[in-house]
Each structure stands twice: as C-alpha cells, then as structure tokens.
Design a protein around this ligand. Structure first.
Ligand code: 1HE
Length: 264
C-alpha cells in the first residue's frame, strides 16, 4: 500500500488472502470525504499486486454509507473545477474496484445512498440484510450524481429506473431491490457473514481466473460485440491455458472432483 496506516478505513487481513475493509466513520454514517476517497484509491490501487485474493467491503455502524460528505462539500464551497477533480478522484477509486481484478463483495446494511450506492455498485457482488435500503437523494439535495451512478446504477437497473430514483428520491429495499439487480443476495441474518463466506469462496479460485472475471468482463462490456468476442478469446487464451489450472482440469478428468448438482 502506498501508505502505512489508514485513518478512515479499517483493514484486516485473513490467512485466506481475504481482506476486510471497513469504512470507519460511523459517527458520520461513513460519508465519503476527500480523505476517505484518497484511502480507497490507495488501498484498491495496490490490492492486486499485494496478493489480496478477495475483499469484503463493509461499513461500520448501522449504515453502509451516506454518500458524499455534504458538510465537507458545503463548508468547502468548491468551484466547478475543484468539484470536477473531487469526482475524478471518486472515479479513480471506483474504477480500481471494478477493473482491478480482485473480487470485491460489499456487505450492506442500512442506508446505501447517493455516493454510497455508487461505491457499492463498483463491487462485483452486493449482499443486503433486512435493514438495507438504496436511494439516490441527489435530486432532493439540489445536486447531481458524480461518482458513476449514471453508468453503474443505470447498468444495474436500467436508465429509466435510475432516473426515477434521482428525480423522485424513490427508495428500494428488500426482495424488490434484488429482483431489480441492485444486489445479488438478501439475507435474514448478517450481510457481513454471507459476504465473508462468498469472499472466502472466491478467494479459492485461481487469481488469474478472478482477474479475468473481475476486470475483463467490465472491459469487454465497454466494447462492440465484435471486438469483445476477439478480446474475450485473447483473455481465454491466457487464462484457460494457465499451468495452475491443469491440476483442476485433471481432477475433473480423473473424476476425483465434485460434479455440479442442483441445490437441495
Ligand atoms: C453526514 C452525512 C453526509 C450523515 N455527509 N455528514 N447523501 C445523503 O443525502 C444522505 C444524507 N444522510 C442521511 O440521510 C442520514 O444521515 C442517514 C439516513 C444516512 C442516517 O440517518 P441517521 O438519523 O442515522 O443519522 P443523522 O442524524 O442524519 O446523521 C448523523 C451524523 O452523520 C450527523 O453528524 P453530526 O455531527 O451532526 O452528528 C450528520 O451530519 C452526519 N452525516 N450523512 C456528511 N452525507 C460524487 S457526487 C455524490 C452525491 C451524493 O452522494 S448525494 C447523497 C448524499
């Protein structure tokens, strides 16, 4: 990591290669100030080369993240140019999450709103608990999204629903949020426990395979179908011939590996 210690993130490293990264400003509902976003850039910018196999991204307290630190923004009375650079820094952090090649599993509770939803939507997997709710309150606050909601939230739920959320302040929660694609999992108990379980599972995949899943898919989705098919073949050429995969393929061929069966 570029720095020795973090003030706004708590980082715990497990033997499995899973890191637990917790937004640690519960008193401010984990609102994203400049310092926290800098720490996210530093952490996610180096996670892959530090050998991190998967990340659980959590928020301390009752809420995952309240979005942009509105008080910092109000006090700073920023110029357009200054705020454009604030947003570019957010994009740097979130792009490192989406394209960095390390699986990020977000454990969500309470408010996941505004920039908090933008942060969560840069994770590969989102796990909700019964308290989790999503909103884009920018419209009501007299501002606009700046951390990628126009891209990632639109991608998750479609442009019309995203526009409705910002225009009307509509809140999504529970099964409806899962059905729309805001999260992949809704649990009765702790979202953190399920996120950790999923992170441990993904950490057992080969790192190059995870790199392709967590970087190539997003890049390929930005391309034309023709170019994506070509680039997918190049990525598969590398990943599907990696020496580390031979043992797993041999186990399948020898029938010593478990078969895929339906649940239940
Ligand atoms: C904050 C923030 C914040 C809380 N910036 N300080 N985001 C929003 O519009 C959401 C704003 N926050 C809320 O609606 C609520 O705070 C919550 C639903 C998240 C939590 O409610 P609650 O009742 O538990 O907490 P609270 O009493 O509202 O706030 C507790 C403290 O956290 C209080 O500080 P204190 O010093 O008075 O104790 C709040 O000021 C502080 N706090 N949220 C700063 N967001 C790149 S563009 C992205 C654009 C956006 O993200 S817009 C969406 C902004």
């Amino acid at each position: 990591m570029a720095r020795d210690s973090f003030d706004n993130l708590l980082i715990e490293t497990r033997d499995s290669g899973v890191d637990i990264v917790t937004l640690n400003r519960a008193a401010k509902r984990n609102a994203l100030d400049v310092a926290t976003v800098d720490e996210l850039v530093d952490y996610f910018g180096t996670a892959h080369r530090r050998g991190v196999r998967a990340v659980v991204l959590a928020g301390s307290g009752d809420h995952f993240c309240a979005g942009l630190d509105l008080v910092e923004h109000w006090k700073a009375d920023r110029s357009p140019d200054e705020f454009m650079h604030v947003c570019l820094r957010w994009h740097e952090a979130f792009n490192k999450m989406e394209y960095g090649g390390v699986p990020v599993i977000a454990a969500l509770q309470g408010a996941v709103v505004g920039g908090g939803l933008e942060l969560a939507s840069a994770a590969q997997i989102r796990v909700m608990d019964q308290t989790t709710y999503f909103a884009l309150p920018e419209g009501q606050r007299g501002i606009f999204t700046g951390g990628g909601a126009t891209i990632r939230v639109s991608d998750l739920i479609g442009k019309s629903r995203m526009i409705d959320m910002v225009l009307t302040g509509r809140v999504y929660q529970g099964q409806e949020a899962v059905d729309l694609g805001l999260a992949q999992y809704l649990v009765e108990g702790s979202s953190f426990d399920r996120a950790l379980e999923l992170a441990e599972k993904t950490a057992a995949n080969l790192p190059l395979t995870n790199f392709a899943i967590c970087s190539a898919v997003s890049h390929l989705n930005n391309m034309s179908a023709l170019d994506a098919a070509y680039a997918e073949s190049v990525v598969a050429g590398m990943v599907n011939t990696q020496p580390a995969a031979r043992e797993r393929l041999e186990a399948f061929a020898n029938k010593s590996d478990a078969r895929i069966r339906p649940n239940g």
